[in-house]
Design a protein around this ligand. Structure first.
Ligand code: HEC
Ligand code: HEC
Length: 452
């Protein structure tokens, strides 16, 4: 080998050694987190200039306040409006919910729905109960029109499918149905198919730290846990069948990350004597569905409870037809039928309750703002609006205001800050199991739930 070639080879080897060094002692879970926050699996949603211009679409007096504010304050206002949170430990002010590359391009990641905050603290893996996807999409689209920039997949998707009618909840399940409709079992495109039947409704995803206890995922337990099932979120037309296969190993790392997450501890005071009483009551009335917590005794039955028995909102259950479930079962995502798919679950799975203090609002549709309301079925508010960072330590959950009627003349973004249980798919009724307890017993169970 001649000298220059040898030098080049040395440089290449050194470069390779260096780049592998940078991530050398990374665990699979750390790699998974890095993929989620740094790697783009979707086309770009918008650029920095577009995001920084979105405030021009805000209503008064917000718009004038934004105009008078410094760039940093304006950015905080935008994060607050759209439900974005700081990425823990990041010194570049990037949001947890989007990959932001060196050129300032923003691409949505899984934390958009699966990374949120409680009592003002940002926690990756906690449901993003503040995410304002519809509002963010509408206002960045308006900014693109002002700035003469091209539209993205989300801008176009909204024409076909509503993204979410209450902040913190999205129509994600129906996007999945729509997108899978245009693929065959190997995920090749089949674009000539008809639009599938869809029942639009919004869901609030569960916190990720539950995943390690589950074998079947989703509120009705319909799909077997695995790396591939989580990749459905990437079924956009830019991603072909080969991309999914190429990225499968990334998602094994994402799975390792998700399964490494632990529920956060309740940060306020707990009355341990009362909680101990609550524990005994919980074991009598709740454990058969929700399992046992603490020490070596942890159990989790993962029981499907028939819809007529749990009696919570049934829109989500009915929206996924047996036909759709069968189609999913036949695809690469479900290992071509090798993975267990429940075609007719008939109800919802009682979720694990680890870290339940943090994951308000409750039920799969996010309709119940606090654990106190969960334990008092007849006192649940009809219409409620939460504060961004407040935490109700008495009722254990979101700090809210309640309303008998929706205030008049709300624009779309304002309306989406209210939870209206009278709308389709948003009922807060059902799950009357705690009603066998009297008031002091409910107080004790409430105290116990803080300890999980
Ligand atoms: C637009 C919002 C949204 C995005 C983005 C999103 N998800 Fe989800 N995710 C949901 C919703 C809603 C559910 C609940 C669906 C159900 O139960 O039917 C869910 C459920 C899940 C579950 C099952 C949890 C359980 O305990 O049953 C996993 C795992 C998951 N998502 C992983 C991911 C990963 C990984 C990504 C990124 C590739 C992602 N999600 C992106 C909304 C989203
Ligand atoms: C017969 C089974 C069953 C019993 C008994 C039961 N639950 Fe549940 N629970 C469920 C199901 C199913 C859900 C999910 C409902 C939904 O999301 O629509 C649920 C949801 C919940 C949630 C909301 C979780 C979340 O993250 O949204 C809490 C909290 C809860 N139950 C607490 C209790 C307590 C406390 C008791 C005992 C007093 C109890 N449950 C008894 C089946 C049960």
């Amino acid at each position: 080998m001649n000298r220059p070639a040898a030098t080049v080879l040395m440089l290449i080897l050194a470069g390779a050694a260096l780049s592998s060094l940078a991530h050398a002692d990374e665990t699979a879970a750390e790699r998974g987190y890095r993929f989620l926050t740094e790697k783009k699996y979707l086309p770009i949603d918008f650029d920095q200039q577009t995001f920084d211009d979105a405030w021009r679409s805000w209503p008064e007096p917000l718009r004038s306040q934004a105009e008078a504010a410094s760039a940093e304050e304006r950015r905080e206002m935008a994060f607050s409006r759209y439900g974005l949170t700081a990425r823990p430990g990041d010194d570049r002010n990037r949001p947890l919910q989007y990959v932001v590359d060196e050129n300032g391009a923003w691409t949505m990641n899984c934390f958009a729905c699966h990374g949120g905050k409680v009592a003002g603290k940002s926690i990756p893996g906690l449901t993003n109960s503040l995410f304002a996807l519809q509002t963010l999409t509408e206002e960045t689209r308006a900014a693109k029109l002002r700035l003469g920039k091209p539209m993205s997949r989300m801008d176009l998707a909204t024409v076909l499918v509503p993204l979410g009618t209450t902040n913190g909840t999205t129509n994600a399940v129906m996007f999945g149905v729509l997108l899978l409709n245009y693929r065959d079992a190997d995920l090749n495109f089949r674009l000539n198919r008809r639009i599938p039947p869809m029942t639009h409704h919004d869901m609030e995803p569960p916190p990720w730290w539950h995943l390690k206890k589950k074998k079947q995922i989703y509120i009705d337990g319909f799909a077997q846990k695995g790396a591939r099932v989580m990749m459905q979120f990437m079924l956009v037309k830019e991603n072909g069948p080969d991309d999914f296969r190429r990225w499968e190993s990334d998602f094994q790392d994402v799975m390792a990350y998700v399964e490494s997450l632990e529920a956060p501890q309740y940060p306020f005071e707990i009355d341990h004597v009362l909680a101990k009483k609550g524990e005994a009551l919980f074991k009598q009335t709740c454990t058969k569905c929700h399992g046992e917590y603490g020490g070596e005794q942890e159990t989790y039955p993962g029981r499907i409870v028939p819809i007529d028995e749990v009696d919570t909102d049934r829109a989500r259950l009915d929206a996924l037809s047996p036909e759709h479930r069968r189609r999913y079962a036949a695809t690469w995502f479900a290992h071509y039928g090798e993975h267990r798919v429940v075609e007719d679950p008939g109800g919802y799975v009682a979720p694990p309750l680890d870290g339940v203090w943090a994951s308000a609002p409750y039920f799969h549709n996010g309709s119940v703002p606090t654990l106190w309301h969960l334990l008092h079925a007849s006192d649940r508010p009809r219409i409620w609006k939460r504060s961004e960072n407040g935490y109700d330590r008495q009722k254990v959950g979101l700090e809210i205001e309640t309303f008998e009627k929706l205030p008049p003349k709300l624009d779309g973004p304002q309306r989406r800050t209210y939870f209206n249980t009278e709308r389709f798919g948003k009922s807060a009724a059902g799950h009357e199991f705690p009603e066998v307890l009297d008031e002091p017993e409910k107080q004790a169970v409430l105290e116990y739930l803080k300890t999980l």
